[in-house]
Design a protein around this ligand. Structure first.
Ligand SMILES: Cc1ncc(COP(=O)(O)O)c(C=O)c1O
Length: 395
């Protein structure tokens, strides 16, 4: 075998999102792409905001000397300063350039953070359902993932967390707004979570990082303000990207922000910069850094996503599906009418609707719908979703 057994095994167990993508490609070939309604991918249909095009044009028309050269591994100081300024504005906590490291998306950021903090065998706690790549990323850096269940609202059970944290617990990953459920963690919940972490730190004489994956921070509905974990745990590291909020997933641009109260900050930040380099990212893409510097307060149309959520949510409820109304991101996670979520997803495929089984997110018995698609796809999927509901006695 030319590849490692470990990689071979991970590929076989593989990502369900990827598997659905492959099966969808076969269906599209058979029936024509316009007759298959693909709700399986988190690849936003929206184009980047007009401000992005304006900045891009400006840069092309007025190129800067040396703008394609190597730079500091942490990224351009001007971009980091712009990120720090916006974060300070949003959170009321004073960030400086030194707290920010530009990365190759949130995925790159997560790998940099985990490599920096993990000793072999250290435990990283996450809550199901979770973004499936967390498991691969933790494994990449010698950590051990400990997956905890959530309650019926998909929120962490703090008593379970309390009983799980031990001397080897190095970090807890949270993701709000959440992929795949769309839930947003309240300030009250974050406060209690922070209390548990600090109590356990005191008990074991350790430091436990709260890693906050904020890839969907700006895609939040109904006028809700994003509750930041920064107010509840000083050892918070936040990471995000502009894949979703500026619709730039192919451009691989994001950042890490370290809580200014994290001590000693220099050691952690130097470690993060070192790992950004030695993981081979070297630095985040130069051109994108130049552009997003001017776009920190810009977001794709959240109202448009909210409209899509409202449309789909209302119809799914009418059909009899049981689901929590998402408060952010662009996913829904309904209960599967069949206990076997894979069987149900296959039934939906027969009606030419593509979704992802809940077990792909560590939570069997549910399925994920992604609605960052055009209205034609949402509307086209309704007939199939309705037929599958009827077939299984909903409504
Ligand atoms: C929860 C979550 N975190 C991280 C990522 C990775 O995003 P990026 O494109 O910024 O690497 C995604 C992508 O879908 C995601 O859903």
């Amino acid at each position: 075998m030319s590849i490692s057994e470990k990689v071979q095994k991970s590929m076989t167990e593989g990502s369900w999102v990827r598997r659905m993508f492959d099966e969808g490609a076969i269906l599209k070939q058979r029936y024509g792409a316009e007759n298959v309604f693909d709700l399986s991918l988190g690849n936003p249909i929206m184009e980047p905001p007009a401000e992005f095009d304006r900045e891009l044009r400006r840069l092309v028309e007025h190129p800067l000397p040396g703008m394609h050269r190597y730079m500091e591994n942490a990224g351009y100081a001007e971009t980091r300063a712009a990120v720090a300024e916006q974060l300070s504005l949003e959170t009321g906590i004073e960030f400086t350039t030194h707290d920010i490291i530009m990365t190759c998306g949130a995925a790159g950021a997560l790998n940099v953070v985990l490599k920096t903090i993990l000793n072999p065998g250290d435990e990283v706690i996450l809550f199901a359902p979770y973004f499936v790549e967390y498991i691969n990323y933790i494994d990449n850096h010698g950590g051990v993932a400990s997956v905890l269940p959530t309650d019926e609202q998909f929120l962490p059970k703090l008593d379970v967390l309390e009983n799980t944290i031990g001397a080897k617990t190095k970090a807890v990953i949270i993701n709000s707004p959440n992929n795949p459920t769309g839930v947003v963690y309240s300030a009250d919940l974050l406060h209690l979570l922070g209390e548990v972490l600090q109590q356990k730190e005191a008990q074991y004489g350790t430091q436990i990082f709260l890693i906050s994956d904020e890839a969907y921070r700006k895609i939040i509905y109904d006028g809700l303000r994003f509750p930041s974990p920064l107010h509840h745990h000083p050892r918070s590291i936040i990471l995000t990207s502009h894949s979703k909020d500026l619709a730039l997933p192919g451009e691989r641009i994001g950042y890490i922000a370290v809580h200014p109260a994290c001590s000693p900050p220099e050691e952690l930040i130097d470690g993060l910069i070192f790992c950004n380099r030695t993981l081979g990212y070297v630095n985040a893409p130069a051109l994108m850094q130049r552009l997003v510097r001017h776009l920190q307060s810009v977001t794709v149309s959240v109202a448009e996503y909210q409209r899509k959520r409202d449309l789909l949510y209302a119809r799914l409820i009418e059909m009899g599906y049981s689901l929590i109304k998402p408060q952010g991101a662009f996913y829904m996670f309904p209960k599967s009418p069949l206990e076997d979520d894979i069987a149900f997803v296959k039934e939906l495929q027969e009606f030419r609707v593509l979704t992802v089984p809940g077990r792909g997110f560590g939570t069997p018995g549910y399925f994920r719908i992604s609605y960052c698609v055009d209205d034609r796809t949402i509307e086209g999927s309704l007939a199939g979703l309705g037929k599958a509901a009827q077939k299984n006695g909903l409504g």
